[in-house]
Ligand binder design. Structure first.
Ligand code: PLP
Length: 398
């Protein structure tokens, strides 16, 4: 189309857009096709079979034998659901400032009139198990009702060792509920709701689960259900009891996101067909190759401790005097690839490479090629050869 016919419409770009933000992630064709269905009666028998199957199937992904509820909401809704169902206004909650998402969850908790104790952090590390144990030991009268942490801090690319935090809570002999945000880790990083004694796991559809945005989850322990029975929080839409009643027979208390549930059924099949351990190994491999590229470029990874570096995304610090958002614009304009922006206090200072979801070696090679060309075109000081370092690593580790 020439300029006159095109009018104000954007120029068409050939080929697939590279959506390399750490969520939403690329939705696989199989999931898109599974959702391309007529919306059915959510009170009829066909829906009931679907509801039963997905509510059962999704438990395997959380690695829980207990109930999982699915809300038609973004992840933020499931944050709120976890707090209003298991806690009461005035309850003391321990949270850790790992980054932007931990900060947002804390703000939400404060608005719900919880008494939040927010342990300061530098946005470059995870939750320290020793500090958690020490704080809980000092809480002799058990005033802390819940410990809430973000497994994979998507703003910084830092993953916290959740099993180590469970051991810390046990070592302190403390009875607090343990709540974990896995919105950007479930289906990408190893996660075990039951084995790690998590009471409420919060998750969302649009990251490791490879779905569009619009669904979010709470996996709920028996202890969390007991706390729910005693909770005095005002709630209606998020109420677990209202949800769990109809869920037992495959139904929902209100209109569910029917077509997203078709997609969820397919996504669960895909994750289990590949095998969860293989999915986690694939993410680890892509993360290692990405880090090899960043190191070869001579740029700095935001996550300080190599043991805490996330396998689902890498946040890269921009050299002093260079704007990460300007660099991201150059990459979008030049190669039709979206990279994650710096959030909150990291705005303009980092860019984030998402390497999670439905992703393979050649997609990673294309992603890193786009980053390397972007660094050159935007005039960001770096050494060339990151892409070679990553390819060598992918070629070596089969
Ligand atoms: C994306 C994300 C959220 C926010 O989820 P929304 O779906 O945008 O509401 C919260 N926590 C973490 C760790 C995330 O990655």
């Amino acid at each position: 189309m020439d300029d006159r016919l095109r009018g104000n419409r954007p120029r068409r770009r050939a080929g697939r857009h590279f959506l390399q933000i750490p969520g939403p992630t690329n939705v696989p064709d199989r999931v898109l096709r599974a959702m391309d269905m007529p919306t059915i009666d959510h009170r009829g028998p066909e829906f009931q079979a679907l509801g039963r199957e997905v509510l059962e199937g999704v438990r395997a992904i959380f690695r829980t034998a207990g109930p999982v509820v699915a809300y038609p909401a973004s992840g933020t809704g499931a944050w709120e659901a976890a707090l209003v169902n298991a806690l009461s206004p005035g309850d003391r909650v321990l949270m850790f400032e790992t980054g932007h998402f931990a900060t947002l969850w804390r703000e939400l908790a404060t608005r719900l009139r919880l008494e939040v104790e927010f342990v300061p952090g530098d946005w470059r590390s995870g939750v320290p198990a020793a500090a958690l144990e020490e704080r809980l030991r000092a809480d002799r009268d058990g005033a802390i009702r819940a410990v809430c942490v973000v497994h994979n801090e998507t703003s910084t690319g830092v993953a916290t060792d959740i099993a180590a935090l469970r051991r810390a809570i046990d070592a302190a002999g403390h009875g607090a509920l343990f709540m974990v945000d896995t919105i950007s880790s479930l289906g990408s990083l190893d996660y075990r709701h039951d084995e790690w004694g998590v009471d409420v796991t919060v998750a969302g559809s649009q990251k490791g689960l490879m779905l569009p945005p619009g669904l979010s989850f709470n996996a709920i322990s028996g202890k969390a259900l007991d706390a729910h029975a005693k909770s005095r929080s005002v709630r209606s839409y998020w109420d677990w009891s209202a949800m769990l009643g109809p869920n037992a027979s495959g139904f929902f208390p209100y209109t569910p996101a029917t077509n997203l549930l078709y997609g969820l059924r397919e996504a669960v099949h895909m994750l289990l067909e590949e095998g969860l351990d293989a999915v986690f190994a694939r993410h680890a491999r892509h993360a290692a190759a990405t880090r090899a590229a960043v190191e070869a470029w001579g740029l700095e990874i935001l996550a300080r401790d190599p043991a805490e570096r996330s396998n689902s995304l890498t946040a890269v610090l921009m050299p002093e005097g260079h704007d990460a958002d300007r660099f991201r614009e150059v990459v979008l304009e030049g190669w039709d690839m979206s990279l994650g922006q710096g959030l909150g206090r990291l705005k303009g200072r980092v860019f984030r490479i998402g390497h999670l979801g439905d992703f393979n070696d050649l997609m990673l090679a294309g992603t890193l090629a786009g980053v390397e060309m972007g660094l050159a075109r935007a005039g960001v000081p770096h050494r060339p050869g990151g892409i070679q370092a990553a390819l060598a690593r992918l070629a070596r580790d089969g």
